[in-house]
Design a protein around this ligand. Structure first.
Ligand code: NAD
Ligand code: UGA
Length: 457
């Protein structure tokens, strides 16, 4: 059997883990993951990987040096490969037309031109990044501008992994989506990609469609997930006014099989690099097609998220007698969710900045994300303290705000923490996951989301 060569451009949260799994499951493919970021590539070659993801190191080690390679030589990888995955970042545009909403496709287009320049043989080019619907058309236009008759087939194969559970998501995906042109060449290329995943994904979970449906499905999947969080968060505000409990409401609603129980945890707000950017991108696309009502509908998912973050800060200030000047407030967790070091768009960034504006003394602790937290909070109006562990962060604090649902926070000695704090001591549970009654009995004034505070005054 001849070895097929796969190149991946972009060695980030998606490129690294997804290619490691392909390499592990498909020894007959030689997979080279490339990036312009030399430090990132160097880290992929060590056991101190550039991203934290449970189970990732084991998978990388199983294939690295065998059929999985990391390199900064992007050109060589393109030249040698029959299949090129592109998983570069596609952030929100920060300048010019569509600033703050449209996707910034500069990295994407640079890669398209690099592929065009380096290719000496036909290739299947795969959109792994999340892109606006119809991007494949642009990609085809650029690639087929070549003068030497090389054929490029563009496939959309969006990634649905979530950080923190990336390895489970990749090894046992709900579905793999592969969209292509429905021409004979398009269908042949589609089949080649299906064959890669068929090495470990059951056939009924490999879904195919035309290329536009695949591109759009990715944006819509994220929009639906974020919409559920904004929906339950909006109800958390109503619960706090009506003595209903959002947990009880979510359970009752989620037990309807048509609704389902997942993604109904009220929180301080959703974070992560993608939900906000992908919804804003969807909004921009709708607007560009003149669908203003549709755009407003999806935009409200983002506004509700911002409202929830603001509401959380207002609750802290209100509960602490309307002033937090010089009060020590410990943020437990800074990552946008548990089991990741990623802090992109983490609600903790907004909360920390707002508390600093109110002149509180903010101390941040997180088991994995402290380096990123330091970076996110540089240039703030007041100095921030960073503590290695929760006990140290809580010592002398007036309040603790739970920002990330790290499991370790459930099993802390909350009595010891209570003893070490200023009184009255407050806990604001931005993840609604601690045992509130138990904390109250220890002496804390407890502010859950979406239910009545438990307070001693
Ligand atoms: P990332 O920022 O972690 O990684 C992108 C990498 O691309 C960076 O290392 C960057 O240096 C590299 N890069 C940029 N331009 C390049 C170029 N011209 N040549 C070579 N390398 C280049 O981003 P990510 O989180 O992996 O996301 C990538 C895409 O996948 C985005 O479109 C995102 O929306 C999507 N996505 C992300 C997730 C996630 O959980 N992070 C999940 C699904 C989909
Ligand atoms: C999300 C999607 O779940 C992935 O399918 C998708 O591939 C990815 O975005 C992407 O395109 O980048 P991710 O952002 O890694 O994955 O994490 P999620 O588990 O979706 O959590 C997102 C945010 O919502 C987190 O801040 C999380 O704490 C919050 N959340 C989640 C809630 O507040 N409540 C919930 O019930 C669930």
């Amino acid at each position: 059997m001849t070895t097929k060569r796969i190149a991946c451009i972009g060695a980030g949260y998606v490129g690294g883990p997804s290619m490691a799994v392909i390499a592990m499951k498909c020894p007959q493919y030689r997979v080279t993951v490339t990036d312009i970021n030399e430090a990132r590539i160097a880290a992929w070659q060590t056991d101190d990987l550039p991203i934290y993801e449970p189970g990732l190191l084991e998978v990388v080690k199983a294939a690295r040096g065998r059929n999985l390679f990391f390199s900064t030589d992007i050109r060589a990888a393109i030249r040698e490969a029959e299949i090129v995955f592109v998983s570069v970042n596609t952030p929100t545009k920060t300048f010019g037309e569509g600033a703050g909403r449209a996707a910034d496709l500069q990295y994407w287009e640079r890669v398209a031109r690099e592929i065009l320049r380096e290719s000496q043989s036909p290739k299947i080019v795969i959109e792994k990044s999340t892109l606006p619907v119809k991007t494949a058309q642009t990609m085809e236009t650029i690639l087929n501008a070549n003068k030497n008759g090389i054929h490029f087939e563009v496939i959309s194969n969006p990634e649905f992994l979530a950080e923190g559970t990336a390895m489970q998501d990749l090894l046992n995906p709900d579905r793999v989506l592969i969209g292509s042109r429905e021409t004979p060449q398009g269908l042949k290329a589609r089949q080649e990609i299906v064959e890669i995943y068929a090495n470990w994904v059951p056939p009924d979970r490999i879904v195919t469609s035309n290329v536009w449906s695949a591109e759009l499905s990715k944006l819509v999947a994220n929009a639906f997930l974020a919409q559920r969080i904004s929906s339950i968060n909006s109800i958390s505000a109503l619960c706090e006014r009506t003595e209903a409990s959002v947990k009880d409401v979510a359970r009752a609603v989620g037990m309807d099989a048509r609704v389902g129980p997942h993604f109904l945890n009220a929180s301080v707000g959703f974070g992560g690099s993608c939900f906000k950017k992908d919804i804003l991108n969807l909004v921009y696309i709708c607007e560009s097609y003149g669908l203003h009502e549709v755009a407003r509908y999806w935009e409200s998912v983002v506004s509700m998220n911002e409202y929830q973050e603001q509401r959380f800060v207002r609750t802290i200030i209100g509960a602490m007698f309307n002033t937090i000047i010089d009060k020590r407030i410990a943020l437990f967790g800074f990552a946008f969710k548990a089991n990741t070091s990623d802090t992109r768009e983490s609600p903790a960034i907004f909360v920390a900045r707002k508390l600093l504006e109110e002149r509180a003394n903010v101390v941040v602790t997180d088991p994995k994300a402290l380096d990123n937290a330091r970076h996110d909070l540089t240039g703030c109006p007041r100095e921030v303290e960073f503590a290695d562990g929760p006990y140290e962060a809580a010592r002398g604090a007036h309040a603790i705000a739970i920002m990330t649902d790290w499991d370790i926070y459930r099993s802390l000695s909350w009595e010891k923490i209570y003893q070490s704090m200023e009184k009255p001591a407050f806990v604001f549970d931005g993840r609604n996951f601690l045992d509130h009654k138990c904390l109250y009995e220890l002496g804390f004034n407890v502010y859950p989301l979406g239910s009545q505070p438990l307070k001693h005054f």
